[in-house]
Write a protein that binds this ligand. Structure first.
Ligand code: FCB
Length: 455
């Protein structure tokens, strides 16, 4: 069948996507919960990191964030009000296991149990991400993801969570975007724990890939009728010239940014041909690792924000090392400095489908930060609504071209702590007035409410 062009974004209807399509919103523990030291919670690497000077653009921390820890009933009611049927949230590991292993903090575990019950009572399906970046500080002190012992630590954590919540939660994602927290945390150092080491980045990558398989196995053992997946950010790499050097540069970055975290779990090994430096990962591979690493996912979560332009670095000393650049002249730019390119979502969905390894895909994150202004009780954010419409049109195009996409989660329900960028970029369908914690549904949230038939 010839690929169809994207349907007209403003004419989309919910029924175009089918009755079995899951519509949800996503957020993550450190970005929304606050209550950073409440009720026996231990510190996470993000608590440590944000409390150091100059790590976060606006000097802020997640100490209070959106206070979801106390406001989850009101926020879950909002999910329902806007017409979404699923709420994706993550578990703070040190809230449940303050030092990472051993003693369970009952109050922390009870909190997540209450959130699950609140969702179910509201008719909202809880979709849980096991790990969305907040490692216990105590484990980071022992080397964190770069220490192979993390496999056992993680196995224990997944066991505790799934034994307690698995009677009510069926939909699970083992990780959120390994590429972001491993490369941000261990290579560039812009994310917690702020390490800059190529060797540690490679070790951590391999350990996370192994933990994907461990997490899936524990979830399946503890949860009847489980639906187990994981999530990856996909960033298509473009070049603005069709030279061999440009192509090689893009292939190398693509191997490090996209393939290194996807292909080992698919049983395809590490993509070392396109990135010879990656061969060093073999130092961390032991015994039957490459057999044990393979996972048969029930679903695959695609997260998409933008594409990037890759250029070979023209400095002789660095030749062969690619460089990521921007093509700002030709695209609308978001408050994160990212280019708006909806067809990259189509490309990413097609790409994952083309591996032939997963039967079901969901878009587990997609969204945009634009400058929002609260005027009275209203936030007019037409650019965000247009962003969603344009991206949904690409999801539908992929679906019509045969990609089994079965759901879409907006990032995010509400404005929240955007990691190294602090609170300035706002990604929410709901505006958060941080000093008062008041929530105001933005026009884009109202658009979804109508689109989903809940208005
Ligand atoms: C993704 C993260 C998520 C959020 C969005 C904007 O990479 O998974 O936590 O920060 O970007």
């Amino acid at each position: 069948m010839a690929p169809m062009t994207a349907p007209s974004p403003s004419e989309l209807t919910k029924s175009d996507f089918g009755d079995d399509f899951t519509w949800g919103v996503a957020h993550a523990s450190y970005q929304v919960e606050g209550a950073w030291d409440a009720d026996g919670k231990g510190p996470s690497i993000w608590d440590t990191f944000t409390h150091k000077p100059r790590k976060i653009k606006d000097g802020s921390t997640g100490d209070e964030a959106c206070d979801f820890y106390h406001r989850y009933p009101e926020d879950t009611a909002l999910v329902k009000e806007l017409g979404f049927e699923a709420q994706r949230f993550s578990i703070s590991w040190p809230r449940v296991l303050p030092t990472g292993t051993g003693q369970v903090n009952q109050k922390g575990l009870d909190f997540y149990s209450r959130v699950v019950d609140e969702c179910l009572a509201a008719g909202v399906e809880p979709w849980i991400t096991i790990y969305h970046w907040d490692l216990p500080e105590a484990l980071s002190q022992k080397g964190g993801w770069a220490n192979r012992d993390v496999i056992g630590w993680f196995e224990e954590f997944v066991g505790v969570i799934s034994e307690r919540l698995g009677d009510r939660v069926k939909d699970w994602m083992v990780f959120n975007e390994p590429c972001s927290f491993i490369q941000g945390g261990y290579l560039s150092g812009v994310h917690a724990p702020g390490v800059r080491s190529f060797a540690k980045m490679l070790a951590a990558s391999h350990h996370v890939n192994l933990c994907q398989a461990v997490g899936a196995r524990v979830l399946r053992a503890n949860v009847a009728d489980s639906n187990v997946g994981t999530t990856h950010i996909l960033t298509p790499m473009r070049t603005n010239r069709d030279s061999e050097r440009h192509r090689r540069a893009a292939a190398a970055i693509d191997a490090f940014a996209n393939r290194i975290f996807i292909e080992p779990n698919f049983g395809l090994g590490y993509p070392t041909e396109d990135a010879p430096l990656m061969q060093r990962v073999e130092r961390y591979v032991q015994g039957d690792d490459m057999r044990d690493i393979v996972v048969d996912w029930d679903f695959f979560g695609v997260q998409y924000y933008t594409r990037v332009l890759v250029k070979p670095v023209p400095i002789p000393l660095l030749r062969g090392i690619p460089w990521i650049s921007k093509d700002h002249k030709n695209y609308e730019i978001t408050a994160m400095g990212w280019e708006v390119q909806p067809d990259g979502l189509y490309e990413s969905l097609q790409r994952v489908h083309a591996y032939g390894k997963v039967d079901r895909l969901l878009v587990t994150e997609n969204g945009v930060a634009v400058p929002d202004h609260l005027v009275g009780d209203r936030v007019r954010d037409p650019r965000r609504t247009a962003f969603y419409q344009d991206h949904l049109a690409e999801v539908l195009r992929a679906k019509r071209d045969g990609v089994p996409v079965e759901g879409y989660f907006c990032w995010s329900l509400m404005d929240n702590f955007e990691w190294a960028a602090g609170y300035v970029p706002r990604f929410g369908l709901t505006y958060v007035d941080y000093p008062t914690q008041r929530r105001v549904v933005k026009d884009s949230g109202r658009w979804f409410q109508q689109f989903l038939g809940a208005a």
